[in-house]
Design a protein around this ligand. Structure first.
Ligand code: FFO
Ligand code: ATP
Length: 187
């Protein structure tokens, strides 16, 4: 399947989910996430959900981290749509967020975080059995993750596709993908 086909299919499927289904599925994904090995993880980067696009609710992940891994620093991005680059900030709480033009909750402008990141939660529409992902098609995460040795964890409501056929050498593979049903580990 091509990226464009996968994008279309997954958006359609995701749009058909109810709010209750999204919360339930996000909780199942959180359950799996909590079983990962956090030793050596000092900094976790995560996306914040575009609610009107039915993305997984990563605020649940933030709540769990604060309770159970309080020493892990949480980092969230601001996306610049002119350059397709993200700038990172320490997460300071929901009251410090504003919605951008695309409905993405983003930290208000502050001092950027430029230090190391150990683990990243990556938004995706679809992924394949090799760990390749499809997003909205602007390449934000491929740029952010290029050449970085970070544990990359995709979150998807739906199971893996067999193969995304039009991957290119800028596409960054996930190390894990978490779905409500299982966790995929890629070599
Ligand atoms: N929560 C979240 N944050 C993220 C991403 C993401 O997938 N999820 N991104 C992952 O890379 C980047 C943002 N990428 C985006 C790319 C396009 C559109 C968008 O709304 N584009 C079209 C509509 C196309 C569509 O509906 O598919 C528009 O301009 O309206 C939004 C975000 C960075 N931050
Ligand atoms: N490291 C990079 N440097 C420069 N351009 C890049 C890089 N990675 C990806 N791109 C470009 O970004 C565009 C979008 O890539 P792609 O179709 O793989 O998007 P995607 O992974 O689905 O999107 P996203 O990461 O925003 O969810 C492509 O034109 C690609 O060439």
């Amino acid at each position: 399947m091509t990226k464009a086909e996968a994008r279309r299919e997954a958006s359609k499927q995701r749009n058909s989910l109810s709010e209750a289904e999204i919360i339930a599925a996000s909780k199942l994904m959180l359950d799996r996430f909590t079983r990962l090995d956090f030793s050596g993880v000092k900094v976790l980067h995560l996306f914040l959900p575009i609610i009107q696009k039915n993305e997984p609710n990563t605020f649940l992940f933030i709540d769990w981290m604060k309770q159970n891994q309080p020493d892990v620093k949480l980092i969230v991005p601001r996306a610049d749509f002119a350059t397709s680059l993200m700038t990172n900030y320490v997460y300071m709480g929901a009251q410090e967020l504003e919605l951008n033009a695309y409905g993405i909750p983003e930290p208000k402008l502050a001092e950027p975080y430029t230090g190391e990141v150990d683990m990243v939660l990556v938004p995706l529409l679809a992924f394949d059995l090799r760990g390749y992902r499809v997003g909205y098609g602007k390449g934000f995460y491929d740029r952010f993750l290029a050449g970085e040795n970070i544990k990359k964890i995709g979150l998807s409501f739906f199971e893996a596709l067999d193969e995304i056929t039009d991957v290119n050498d800028q596409d960054v593979k996930m190390n894990y993908c978490i779905t409500p049903e299982k966790i995929y580990k890629f070599s």
